[in-house]
Design a binder for this molecule. Sequence first.
Ligand SMILES: [Zn+2]
Length: 321
Amino acid sequence: MKYIMIFIPVLYFLKLYNCDIIYIETFDITIQKNIILTMYLLMTLLWFTATKIKKYCYKNIVSAIAHSIFIIEVFSLIFLTQTSVVLTIAFLMILGIVFIIFKKRFEKKDKFIKSYVISGAIILLVPFIYVSFIQNLRQPVYIITPDDTDLKASVFATKDEIVSEYTNDLQKLLEWENLNTLEKLELMEIVLNVETSYLGIKPIQVVLTGTQNDIYGMYYKGSRTIVLSHEATKSYEQCIKTLTHECFHAYQTQIMENLDFTNEDVSGCRYFAEAYSWWLNDKNYINDVDKYEEYVSQSIEKSAEKYSEEQIEFYKKILDQ
Ligand SMILES: [Zn+2]
C-alpha cells in the first residue's frame, strides 16, 4: 500500500512539471518554476518521512489515501494566492480551527491525526480541484480592453509621428525582466495602440493567459481578440514580435473583408496583388502549426512575419534614441 500511495504525489509532480510560474499580485512576488518544484519535493519528502503521522494514517485505506492527497492539496494553496490571498488565508484558518477542535475532541492521538487528515483532505478538495484542473496550474487571465477614447491617427501620419507621444513610456521596455505583469500589460497596451493607429484597424482586445506550449499568440477574428501566452512575454522582443504579428492578421482580415476580390478589376489589379494572395490563402488556410513548414510558408503568415520583423527593428530603434 505504501508504494501505491507514493504514486499520487509522483503523478502530481508530473502535472506540476507543466505549471506556470506563480505571480502573486498582492505582494508582487514571482515564484519561478524550479523553486515551485523544489518546494513541492521538499514538502512531500518531509511529509512522507514523518513516520508517526504516516503510521496512524496507514491503518486503513481511506486515511492512507487522504494522507497522500492532503499534502498535495496544502501545497496547491500556493496557486490559489494568484486568485485570492484572502481566500488562501481563509482556508488555512479553517484548517487551524479544525485542528484545535479535533485536538480537544479526540483524546487518542492516532484517532485525532487520522480524522484531521481526512477532514483536511475533504475541506481542501474544492480549492485543489479549482487550481489544478480548472485553472490548470495557470495564472489568471489578464485582459487589455481597447480604449475608444484613443485618437486614431491619420493614414498619412508616419509611425514615428504616431509613436512620438509614447517614446518616454516605451523606455520601460528595457527593464522588461524586472517588470510585473501589470506593468508589462501597460506597455503592451501602448504597442497595441500604436499598431492599431498605424495600421488603421478597429480596436483589438488582448488576452494574456497560459496557452499550449510553443504557441506565442493567436488572432481570433470573430471576437477581434489576440490571445497571448505567458511564453510570449518572457522578453520584450518576443512580446512585440508576437503582438505586431497578430495585429497584422487583424489588418489582413480588415482588408480581405472590405475588398471585393470576386471583382476581377480588384483581383486582377497589381496594386492589390499581395492582399489577393492572402484572400486566396485564406480559403485554404493551414491552421496546424505541427505542419510547421507548410504553416509558415503561407502568404498570410509570410506577410505577418515580415511585418513583425520590421517592427521589432522599429521599436529597438526608438529605444536606442
Ligand atoms: Zn500568424
